[in-house]
Design a binder for this molecule. Structure first.
Ligand code: PEP
Length: 254
């Protein structure tokens, strides 16, 4: 089996409500991780105010912590933003970049995604680069084309030896938070296309190493079949990552 080490991530979005609740959830996720000796990387992405607490709670559990966003500048008059260095200094190792909610609701462009990816890599973090087509684009048969465009833009200037700091998350927009999981066949087909893009751009070695997560309504009931697809290396999980037993079942997939 030449498959890559699996990587499972929880994107908590704007949940839970308080620091106390975040610490409780983190403790449950940490306990679930300690209970399973699965050969898998796991990380969670809590809201910024909870990052430091969640890092402390998860210390030694084997669950890493990522942030949901960074800004690409190092300091200055950018009210409301957070630098990669700040996130790293409280123990974040990963950062989500280009999530469709950032693109759709907060006006993030391919160029912003490129700047954030660059900054995450330069800071020594792992950029979790989210890409994916909308429903209209999917129906028009443009899934692969849209993903290629987003990869091309975000990874411009990124060298092959820097790809160890990149995870790709394929998240069809029509499957996020909708309860509609892409079928394993759809996921596999797009993931294979994404890997082909890496092969053409960076060569066979890089393409065989890059990890590609699937995201979009992943649940305990759907994870096993998705993970059997040869080019699906993990999942990025929203809703189900807020319930520790569900997320635990997901990272302990069969
Ligand atoms: C996400 O936000 O990355 C996501 C996949 O959400 P959900 O699992 O809730 O669809």
């Amino acid at each position: 089996n030449t498959k890559r080490r699996a990587v499972m991530a929880g994107n908590w979005k704007l949940n839970p409500k308080t620091a106390a609740d975040a610490k409780t959830l983190a403790a449950l996720v940490g306990a679930a991780r300690r209970d399973v000796d699965a050969d898998v990387d796991v990380f969670v992405c809590p809201p910024a105010p909870f990052l430091a607490d969640v890092v402390r709670v998860l210390e030694g559990s084997g669950v890493a912590v990522g942030c949901q966003n960074i800004y690409w500048k190092d300091s200055g008059a950018f009210t409301g933003e957070m630098t990669a260095e700040m996130a790293k200094s409280v123990g974040c190792t990963h950062v989500l970049v280009g999530h469709s909610e950032r693109r759709e609701l907060f006006g993030e462009t391919d160029e912003h995604t490129r700047l954030k990816t660059r900054k995450a890599i330069d800071c020594g973090m792992t950029a979790v680069l989210c890409i994916g087509e909308t429903k209209t684009e999917y129906e028009a048969g443009q899934a692969r084309r849209v993903c290629s465009r987003q990869l091309e833009a975000a990874l411009e200037g990124v060298q092959a030896d820097e790809l160890s700091q990149v995870i790709v998350a394929y998240e069809p927009v029509w499957a996020i938070g909708t309860g509609l999981t892409a079928t394993p066949a759809i996921a596999q087909s797009v993931h294979a296309g994404i890997r082909q893009w890496f092969r053409e751009k960076y060569g066979d070695g890089a393409a065989s190493k890059i990890r590609i997560q699937y995201g979009g309504s992943v649940k305990p009931e759907t994870v096993d079949e998705l993970m059997q697809a040869p080019d699906v290396d993990g999942c990025l999980v929203g809703g189900a990552s807020l319930v520790a037993e569900q997320f635990g079942r997901i990272f302990n997939f069969d």
